[in-house]
Design a protein. Structure first.
Length: 140
């Protein structure tokens, strides 16, 4: 006659597994956080380079006149009958809390920049910059 022995995990074994999983999560989660920040940084950098090149193309095709991006992006996003469209849509800033933020802040100097700006147009240098969530002006 056989006796049936029930096998199960003990409480100690389960606690050890939970502790090991907690340690692994503590190691892995910061890696994902850094990856998402790096992805947002790379996206903002790519968009900044694209918008800067399209502003320069607009300037060349319009005999040195800059697009009126200080009020909105329509000079670059609307269809130009002669030269076409420069941007499909207003750029989105992944570095700020609201990624749909397309606000332009016109700054005489970089010290005039506010956190709410998604993009900054430096009027003295005639250059576009991107602003992160902390209000830091990023330039690559």
């Amino acid at each position: 006659m056989r006796t049936q022995v029930q096998r199960a995990f003990t409480l100690i074994e389960i606690l050890i597994v939970v502790v090991i999983l907690g340690i692994l999560a503590a190691i892995v989660i910061p890696q994902f956080t850094n990856a998402s920040e790096e992805a947002a940084n790379n996206s903002a950098r790519s968009q900044l380079q694209t918008v800067r090149s399209q502003i320069e193309l607009y300037r060349v095709q319009h005999q040195g006149v800059l697009p009126a991006i200080l009020t909105d992006w329509t000079d670059l996003t609307d269809m130009d009958p002669t030269f076409g469209r420069y941007l499909q849509q207003a750029p989105r800033n992944p570095m700020v809390i609201d990624p749909a933020l397309t606000t332009l802040c016109v700054a005489g100097t970089m010290a005039d920049v506010g956190v709410a700006a998604g993009w900054v147009w430096d009027a003295t240098e005639e250059q576009l910059y991107v602003v992160d969530a902390a209000g830091e002006v990023l330039d690559w």
